[in-house]
Design a protein around this ligand. Structure first.
Ligand SMILES: Nc1ncnc2c1ncn2[C@@H]1O[C@H](COP(=O)(O)OP(=O)(O)OP(=O)(O)O)[C@@H](O)[C@H]1O
Ligand SMILES: [Mg+2]
Length: 367
């Protein structure tokens, strides 16, 4: 069990690509840390540097308090599960899991004990005798995880381990890995580009973009208080709605004016938004913070807008409304039984206590 610390770590490849730029990150002992971000943002490179498969160009990496910059991968006491976790097809599940331990010359009894123990945890005892080509995708995935578990490393690194699985199996394995973490109580750093995986699995999430760490926090804090527009738009599904507009002051009140719609900004936010009066900003609101006025008692008129409902999608447990102000399109998630008229005006209420505002230039959160 171990802490992992990255201090100002960068990676510049010989090609000149700066894949990772001055990343500082502390992963606590036993913590499940998720590194998330779009393709090419430097997640795998970061993980590979922690594993020792890639040299850092700058900065320091500590595992369990030890500086490991120059320590070979095999001495780092970590195990990595890759996206393409190629198992040896001619070997059985047991042999695949035992292979690494045999290379390390573990005694036979110890190998058998560890493989059986891991198989028990993963619920794959019954397939240990099968060759890997005779296994389903999910079973192969478990064997690949088992291969890492038998090593009893102090840190697990997972690089998009579920991306080869179909949607249903992915959700199932997501829960399995979550349970595994609770059971093994080991530090895990888990890479994914899937924000749902990040939200549901991580004790904390580190969001990356273009090699730069954007925000590290627990999932709900990231969701409720994204530090910038990128994080706000990346975490959450459907993504946060954004509209550009201007902040105006009228009779002591402050409003966001989109051009077609106008909403009043709650007083709690006045301090931080006041310096933006007369300036352009990006307004953000999540789809669940917009309500159909029909279902709101005492809707405040200054938060009520009239827009066109272009389409609605019944999802079963809720309905997505696709709306258009004339300048911006956005989505509202409303009750399962809401059936608005398509291509008609609809009145909606914005919960402005949940509004976000971002600076147009820096894209940093103002509120
Ligand atoms: N060996 C390499 N040589 C040169 N450039 C590389 C190398 N490996 C990665 N890169 C570049 O570094 C950047 C980060 O790559 P990385 O694989 O870390 O991204 P990622 O976040 O894991 O993306 P994905 O979600 O697609 O796996 C990319 O621009 C990539 O093209
Ligand atoms: Mg990757």
């Amino acid at each position: 069990m171990a802490q992992v610390i990255l201090k100002n770590v960068s990676k510049r490849f010989a090609s000149g690509v700066k894949a990772v730029n001055n990343v500082s990150l502390g992963v606590e002992n036993k913590e499940f840390m998720v590194l998330v971000g779009p393709s090419g943002c430097g997640k795998s490179t970061t993980l590979r540097m922690i594993a020792g498969l890639e040299k850092t160009s700058a900065g320091d990496i500590y595992i369990g308090g030890k500086l490991v910059n120059d320590m070979p991968a095999k001495d780092r006491d970590i195990a990595m599960v890759f996206q393409n976790y190629a198992l040896y097809p001619h070997m059985t599940a047991f042999e695949n899991m035992a292979f690494g331990l045999q290379l390390r010359r573990y005694p036979k009894g110890e190998i058998i004990r560890r493989v059986n123990e891991a198989a028990e945890v993963l619920g794959i005892r019954h397939i240990l005798g099968r060759r890997s080509r005779e296994l389903s995708g999910g079973e192969r995935q478990r064997v690949a995880v088992g291969r890492a578990i038998v090593r009893k490393p102090s840190v697990f690194l997972f690089d998009e381990p579920l991306s080869n699985l179909d949607a249903k199996l992915r959700v199932q394995m997501r829960t399995e890995i979550h349970k595994l973490h609770i059971r093994l109580q080991t530090t895990i750093i888990y890479v994914t580009h899937d924000q749902t995986e990040a939200m549901t699995m991580g004790d904390r999430i580190a969001v990356m973009k273009d090699g730069v760490l954007q925000q590290i926090d627990d999932p709900i804090a990231i969701y409720d208080r994204p530090r910038n527009k990128f994080v706000a738009g990346f975490i959450g599904s459907p993504p946060m709605n954004f509209m550009d507009g201007v902040i105006i002051r009228k009779e002591g009140r402050i409003y966001f004016d989109e051009g077609k719609i106008r909403v009043k900004i709650v007083e709690d936010m006045h301090n931080r938004i006041a310096s933006y009066v007369g300036r352009q900003v990006s307004f953000g609101i999540r789809s669940e913070d917009i309500y159909d006025k029909l279902f709101v008692s005492e809707a405040p008129p200054e938060n009520t807008v009239t827009v066109n409902c272009e389409v609605f999608e019944p999802m079963g447990s809720e309905v997505y409304l696709y709306l258009n102000t004339g300048r911006h399109t956005f989505i509202a998630r409303v009750g399962a039984h809401d059936r608005p008229q398509v291509n008609q005006d609809i009145e909606l209420v914005f919960d402005m206590s949940k509004a976000h505002f971002f600076d147009k230039d820096s894209e940093e959160a103002i509120v």
